[in-house]
Design a binder for this molecule. Structure first.
Ligand code: DGL
Length: 269
């Protein structure tokens, strides 16, 4: 497999959530070709078992590898927490970046009172992967986590500021807010879609960490270090693949990426 600066960056998630990462990568590296796979047939991942999540991660990486990517970004915290090693195995030496490590690093940099809150899927919070990643950098930080599984379908439906979504988010966040956190990690890539609403509930004193921006910055840095930055001046639209309902995905894409979306291709998993 020949990798060059003009090779694409492969990005995947269980559904629409990873588009928050696509958007951040596009904003930072507009001339990079992006191949995005959203596993819309099998979303959500976060309420599945580790065995199933690892199998899905293997399939997703296999789909992206057909495009000979120069880098794979796991735009899914659940896979980053439970199956990053599988992605690396199937990726056969292609650099792999996960959103979780990037988000954890950024949270540590921002917290002043060493109380960090994490919201994520059930699988991510049960894995304690954020606590491990944060405490590996600073063992004195207290990490509090809450699973918010119901926020994923709201994001998938495009209910950005729906009163029902707000009520549920308030219920989920109450316990974390009582812990006096000063930093809140959106530990699921679907949540940045609801960022404004979550920030509103959290209040102005809590710093919200969106790991999409953190991983995009890391991607730029890694590509530069490996001499693989695409220096073309021409911005390119991402190539989008899904495993189900491409038309619905396209409609939602317009809402989140806010620009002209090329056709969404249906692939089999
Ligand atoms: N967006 C994914 C994450 O970051 C998974 C959401 C889901 O499929 O449950 O964890």
């Amino acid at each position: 497999m020949t990798i060059s600066a003009s090779s694409p960056i492969g990005i995947f998630d269980s559904g629409i959530g990873g588009l928050t990462v696509v958007k951040a990568v596009q904003a930072l590296l507009p001339s990079e070709r992006i191949i995005y796979f959203g596993d819309t047939a099998r979303v959500p991942y976060g309420s599945k078992s580790q065995v199933t999540i690892r199998r899905y991660a293997q399939d997703d990486t296999g789909i992206l590898m057909k495009y000979q990517p120069k880098m794979i970004i796991v735009a899914c915290n659940t896979v980053s927490a439970l199956a990053l090693d599988i992605v690396e195995q199937v990726g056969k030496g292609v650099p792999v970046l996960g959103v979780l490590a990037a988000g954890a690093e950024l949270a540590v940099r921002h917290s002043r009172n060493s109380h960090i809150g994490i919201i994520g899927t059930q699988a991510t919070t049960l894995s304690n992967a954020y606590s491990f990643a944060i405490n590996a950098i600073d063992p004195d930080i207290e990490v509090f986590s809450t699973a918010c599984p119901l926020l994923v379908p709201f994001a998938e439906e495009g209910f950005i500021n729906h009163p029902a979504a707000r009520m549920i988010a308030q219920e989920y966040l109450a316990e974390l807010l009582a812990r006096k956190i000063d930093t809140l990690v959106l530990g699921c890539t679907h949540y940045p879609i609801l960022k404004e609403m979550i920030g509103d509930i959290a209040g102005p004193d809590i710093h919200i960490i969106d790991s999409a921006e953190a991983v995009a910055a890391k991607a730029g840095q890694t590509l530069a270090e490996n001499g693989l930055l695409n220096d073309s001046e021409i911005p390119v639209s991402p190539h989008l693949l899904v495993s189900d309902l491409p038309q619905k995905f396209k409609t939602l894409c317009r809402l989140f990426l806010g620009n002209d979306i090329p056709d969404v291709e249906l692939v089999e998993v």
